[in-house]
Design a protein around this ligand. Structure first.
Ligand code: GDP
Length: 331
């Protein structure tokens, strides 16, 4: 396997995956939006194929030109929060587009005779209201958000194409973070605002549910897991998680701790705008199957991950000499 086709290359995971594959000597092709700005942001060495997830003909055309050994589907709407604002768009890019991409891959296999592999970035959110903690690959799928439902349909479609005879596998990814996370996610929202507070440029942090528990890992580890899934002997689904959960309050405490502030409560306010209609309460994954079969394991501990994100945000904040007024991101 030497040629990859990646959707979502402009996002956190897509950019790390492209970099990892290029380092390993792969040829990397990517579906990119039809504009120069998107093409300019591609990692060096990636071949760009203009197209759109919702334009199924352009998807198929891009795939035929790239002729990949592996298709990595990382594109889509990745924010649970945003899925409450536009559920139809979430289903269109997270489910319908996956059906189109699976079918296009299936047809390309038929016409070329190549055993093209398909790896889907699935999500812990498919287990939304899980009764079992930690969750494993065979837990009941019961999403609680439009995002979770859209990923659940895609997850089922991947299994259906696997049963049809295609190498189609899902990485069931728990929350994974890095300095490349957008501020629509609570982690980056916290670290960027803690950086401003540490530098005296802000004095409060507005949040929603502080008691939600998430299993947060280091994004490059999760991308490496997807590479291992793609190159494994057969197609299977794997939970990718650290196995440890922390509350949002723990994350806040760790981020303030990284800048030497221990009395963080005085800076944090609860704002109802950031409380969701429904929220998965505790997400914690059991990745023992991935550890056993893929030799995968998380490499960065929780506090270290938080500290890396805070350090990066302090550097970015110091660089922006004329700081524009901070806009609270809508969730
Ligand atoms: P998610 O797990 O994929 O939804 O990732 P997020 O980073 O968006 O949210 C993680 C958890 O943080 C969820 O349980 C949210 O309800 C909770 N949370 C609390 N306050 C906020 C906030 O201000 N923004 C976001 N995005 N999430 C928040």
């Amino acid at each position: 396997m030497r040629t990859a086709f990646i959707t979502g290359v402009g996002g956190q995971d897509g950019s790390y995956l492209a970099e990892q594959l290029l380092d390993l000597g792969w040829s990397v092709h990517a579906l990119t939006r039809n504009d120069q700005a998107a093409a300019a942001q591609l990692p060096m060495g990636v071949s760009s194929h203009p197209g759109d997830l919702t334009d199924h003909e352009s998807l198929q055309g891009a795939l035929e030109l790239a002729l990949p050994d592996v298709v990595f589907n990382l594109a889509g709407s990745s924010s649970v929060a945003r899925s409450w604002e536009d559920p139809a768009e979430t289903v269109s890019v997270n489910s319908t587009a996956v059906a189109a991409l699976l079918e296009a891959t299936w047809r390309l296999r038929e016409t070329t005779g190549n055993d093209i592999r398909f790896v889907q970035a699935s999500s812990a959110e498919i287990f939304g209201n899980a009764t079992e903690i930690p969750q494993h690959e065979n837990c009941i799928i019961c999403p609680v958000s439009p995002y979770g439902a859209s990923k659940a349909l895609a997850h089922n479609l991947v299994q259906i194409y696997r049963n049809r005879g295609m190498f189609a596998a899902s990485a069931i990814l728990y929350n994974h973070e890095s300095p490349r996370r957008p501020v629509t996610f609570v982690t980056r929202k916290i670290t960027s605002q803690v950086a401003r507070i540490a530098l005296g440029r802000a004095d409060s942090l507005l949040l929603g549910n502080l008691e939600a528990r998430r299993d947060w890992g280091w994004a490059p580890d999760y991308v490496d897991a997807m590479y291992r899934i793609a190159t494994y002997s057969d197609a299977q689904d794997f939970v990718i998680a650290t196995g440890q959960s922390h509350t949002v309050a723990d994350f806040v405490s760790s981020a303030f701790g990284a800048v030497g502030i221990s009395d963080w409560q005085q800076y944090v306010e609860i704002d109802q705008r950031f409380v969701r209609p429904a929220d998965a309460n505790e997400m914690r994954g059991d990745s023992s199957k991935a550890q056993r079969l893929l030799g995968w394991k998380p490499t960065v501990a929780f506090d270290e991950m938080v500290a890396r994100m805070v350090r990066n945000d302090i550097i970015l904040e110091k660089r922006s000499l004329s700081t524009p007024a901070y806009q609270e991101p809508e969730v």
